[in-house]
Write a new protein. Structure first.
Length: 380
């Protein structure tokens, strides 16, 4: 059976958009991207949720631990270990930091220990300037398990004949909870950053599961080229209008107005991306292969895109004659960012370096495996 690669292409596009936004692209483009690119990851994750896990919770949780918690802990600890070394070699410093003027500092031994505890026990404590996107791992980990729990509770309450309504009720419950939370400024004190991203992420996770139930019908409706084209343009236009007049994103400090402004452009942005991905999927070419590969390896772009930016930061420092310490700017050098086109090489490096690294690693593993198999065959 041929593998359906549309969702992989969606994820590939989404991770590229994330890197573009983090590279301080033109303001209008960043606002447009922020409307839907992170919800898209939660939606695509929910797309693969299976009802079989309702009776096999252990398998689902093991997969979440293996795919989200363990990579988070492993790489957060890695960047924790090298944090102070980054100051020694100049990648980080106490002069340049984020756009608001915040800087990071070398850790004391006590801070290292506390961050380690936070990493393991709360999926927090990661290096903000080198692992700025790591909140996603915790968000999706909590959102997916929360969805499973709420699904089981709703099924126990609902009459069996109404079980098909459960996914819709879950999404409604989560919207109401998120609205209550943002309106009153409440926090889930047991979750780092207060839980908004985790809860709204759970809503989008549920939307992905619902979409999966109707994906065949949706594809049928969009089977005509012009229907798909004009619908995609319409969705994109609506998302753009939201980004211009009702800006919202998955900011952990979202206001009530931003919460109300998020679901529509987020869902339409997903459908827009899905339509584009479906079109790309229908053409066997290098673009499709590249996006599928990137989409299957988004983990490494999440982990390494910020540190990869530093290569381009050095180039920008040379080009403008800037203070070499600006390599420590988070996430990229802010000077001239809205006037020049350095966001393009930042994007190429932020995606290309991690993807090239994992590709070389996989090729090396294949060669080693082949060599061992050849050696074993000769020995026999």
């Amino acid at each position: 059976m041929k593998r359906d690669t549309i969702i992989s292409i969606c994820k590939g596009i989404a991770i590229i958009l994330m890197v573009i936004a983090h590279a301080e692209a033109p303001g209008w483009l960043c606002k447009f991207i922020f409307e839907f690119h992170m919800p898209l990851f939660f939606i695509t994750a929910g797309y693969f949720f299976s009802q079989k896990y309702l009776n096999d919770e252990a398998t689902f949780i093991k997969k979440r631990v293996k795919g989200l918690y363990w990579p988070f802990v492993k790489w957060s600890v890695f960047f924790l270990i090298i944090h102070n070394w980054m100051f020694d070699i100049g990648i980080l410093n106490e002069v340049y930091g984020n756009e608001t003027g915040g800087v990071t500092h070398p850790y004391t031994w006590h801070q290292i220990q506390q961050n380690l505890w936070n990493i393991v026990t709360a999926m927090g404590g990661y290096d903000q300037f080198l692992c700025g996107a790591f909140w996603f791992f915790r968000g999706l980990f909590v959102a997916s398990i929360l969805y499973l729990i709420i699904y089981k509770i709703v099924l126990k309450v609902l009459p069996q004949r109404r079980a098909t309504l459960a996914p819709y009720i879950i999404c409604l419950i989560l919207l109401l909870l998120c609205g209550w939370k943002t309106y009153e400024g409440l926090k889930v004190v047991t979750l780092v950053q207060g839980g908004y991203r985790d809860m709204i992420g759970c809503f989008f996770f549920g939307c992905g599961f619902i979409f999966r139930q109707f994906v065949d019908q949706y594809r049928t409706v969009m089977s005509r080229y012009y229907t798909s084209l004009w619908t995609t343009l319409l969705f994109g236009g609506i998302v753009f209008l939201f980004s211009k007049y009702l800006t919202a994103n998955m900011n952990w400090r979202s206001t009530y107005t931003q919460f109300l402004s998020l679901p529509i452009p987020a869902l339409l942005g997903f459908l827009m991306t899905y339509n584009v991905s479906r079109w790309i999927d229908g053409h066997e070419n290098i673009l499709k292969r590249m996006l599928v590969y990137i989409g299957d390896h988004t983990l490494y772009v999440f982990i390494f895109h910020i540190i990869s930016y530093k290569v381009v930061s050095l180039l920008k420092i040379w080009y403008y004659g800037l203070d070499i310490r600006q390599v420590g700017c988070h996430m990229v050098i802010h000077d001239y960012s809205q006037q020049d086109l350095f966001w393009i090489p930042y994007t190429i490096a932020g995606v290309g370096i991690p993807i090239l690294g994992i590709w070389l690693y996989e090729q090396a593993k294949k060669k080693i495996k082949g060599y061992r198999a050849s050696t074993a065959a000769q020995a026999q």
